[in-house]
Design a protein around this ligand. Sequence first.
Ligand SMILES: *[C@@H]1O[C@H](CO)[C@@H](O)[C@H](O)[C@H]1NC(C)=O
Ligand SMILES: *[C@@H]1O[C@H](CO)[C@@H](O)[C@H](O)[C@H]1NC(C)=O
Ligand SMILES: *[C@@H]1O[C@H](CO)[C@@H](O)[C@H](O)[C@H]1NC(C)=O
Ligand SMILES: *[C@@H]1O[C@H](CO)[C@@H](O)[C@H](O)[C@H]1NC(C)=O
Ligand SMILES: *[C@@H]1O[C@H](CO)[C@@H](O)[C@H](O)[C@H]1NC(C)=O
Ligand SMILES: *[C@@H]1O[C@H](CO)[C@@H](O)[C@H](O)[C@H]1NC(C)=O
Length: 481
Amino acid sequence: MALKMMLLVYLLILLCRNDVVDAIIGINWGRTSAQRIVPSQVVDLLLQNGISAARIYTSQPDIIRAFHGSGIDLTVSSFNTLGFNTVDAAKVWVQEKFVPFADTIRNIYVGSFVFLENKDAVFDSMMNIHNALQDFGLSKIKVNMPQSHLMLKPNLTRPSDGEFVDEIKDVFDRLFRYLEENNTPLVMEIIPLKFIIEYNYDLSFGFADNKSTNVITDINGFVYTNVIEFLYDSFVWALKKAGHPNLKLVIGQVGWPTDGYPGANTSMAERFYKTLLPFVMSNKGTPMRPGAPIDTYIHCLQDENRMMFRDPYSRHWGIYRGNGEPKFKIDLSGQGRDIFPTRTKGIMRMPDRWCVFNGLNKNRPKVMKQFEKACNQSDCTSLYTGGSCSHLDFVGNVSYAFNMHFQFNFQDEDTCDFEGMGRVVTTNPSNGSCLFRVDVVRGEQNQYLPTAAVLLNKCKLHEVPKCAILLFLLSTFLALL
Ligand SMILES: *[C@@H]1O[C@H](CO)[C@@H](O)[C@H](O)[C@H]1NC(C)=O
Ligand SMILES: *[C@@H]1O[C@H](CO)[C@@H](O)[C@H](O)[C@H]1NC(C)=O
Ligand SMILES: *[C@@H]1O[C@H](CO)[C@@H](O)[C@H](O)[C@H]1NC(C)=O
Ligand SMILES: *[C@@H]1O[C@H](CO)[C@@H](O)[C@H](O)[C@H]1NC(C)=O
Ligand SMILES: *[C@@H]1O[C@H](CO)[C@@H](O)[C@H](O)[C@H]1NC(C)=O
Ligand SMILES: *[C@@H]1O[C@H](CO)[C@@H](O)[C@H](O)[C@H]1NC(C)=O
């Protein structure tokens, strides 16, 4: 009897062990916004939604500390890609930032898309960080460098066209060998909407529900009906041609924006995740890699309304608004249930007050000047074609801009003056799909520094010409988001 019992327990243990590795759904949290959920609330939110992995775009200690002990695997980032030109420089950084939080951190991502310029120097920095981690016995923290479809030769017609651009072949070979030796996957970032626009596909190609009007058949007969499998397999082909056919791939960034462009809205985002996440959890894999689990990081938790942009939708990636409310239904467990994620707890809204244009000044150029000023210092991307507020008339436009500026400044009445053209009201001026926001109270906002500013400071310490290149690359990177 006891023996049988023991056997049973043993069997149960075997069954419960995660020998079959399931795909992970993680979330990225960028903080380039005027209003931000505080780190402890974010950790709480992720735990409530059963999220086991997250990526942040910083290595700020207060944020890492909030994740420490939560059980959530954290990926941190450094955009100071040339700052670690010696192992000693890397050691100082690793000791200060990561040694105290070693159990929490899984990955360090160095740069992003900065591979085209200074590629060897960036790779050397990464190796220095790797060596520093080894010195501290932290070999379980993996260093990596995310890549996008821009690293593939342009004008893909089918996945088998996938091939890495020539300029990076040498350094990619070093990178891939390094990743293989360290049992680390290549991280690919996908921006479905951007790819679809660039390649003139139908929007339906964005969704993993097999309803696309674009159906692509590859030379081997494999059929593609969505951008995720298409790009994933394009990478698989490129890896094959580069001589690394078995290197694992994870999707480090993928999402659908909800505003600022035709087709960027909450119902499309809902459909996107409702089809993508169950696909991820099915471990179905792609035609080129059937059955391969595809770890996938959703981009992203919260809107980033201070993000530099080329595409206006790039400020609207969030599952949550700046005030912590979910925008649409999404089942983060990947079961495809029709549910909202949990709301952020403990958020305090400012009072119901808005700033609008009083309509008195009829001098259009003067009004335009205030409109532009308000937009420059806040976020008017919802007014763009296809945006949720693109139906507003001129007066509506100006009011929208004034209110955004007012909310960005935490309802400071001085910021609703606009040379006498602004007025604070207590009736909600929202119009149809266009929400006039009331934002959250000023919480822990003081450490706000956009990534570019951080980089700029760093650049000043190094050579100036490289700084220009880095800033250019950074802005390209940010515009892609
Ligand atoms: C890719 O396509 C674009 C326009 O569709 C064209 O301008 C460009 O020359 C093509 N590039 C290559 C490498 O074929
Ligand atoms: C996708 O749809 C086509 C018909 O449009 C069908 O032949 C195919 O089996 C479907 N694939 C899956 C995986 O459901
Ligand atoms: C979202 O965009 C799609 C595609 O452009 C459109 O068909 C749909 O009506 C939009 N939904 C909303 C609620 O605006
Ligand atoms: C707003 O920013 C743009 C671009 O940076 C600039 O050209 C314009 O002069 C600014 N307008 C105002 C009113 O500040
Ligand atoms: C509100 O929306 C309606 C319908 O689209 C539009 O006619 C009207 O001009 C809008 N009001 C303002 C102030 O923009
Ligand atoms: C409102 O502002 C947007 C963004 O600047 C602009 O594209 C649009 O034409 C404006 N609409 C009106 C009626 O002025």
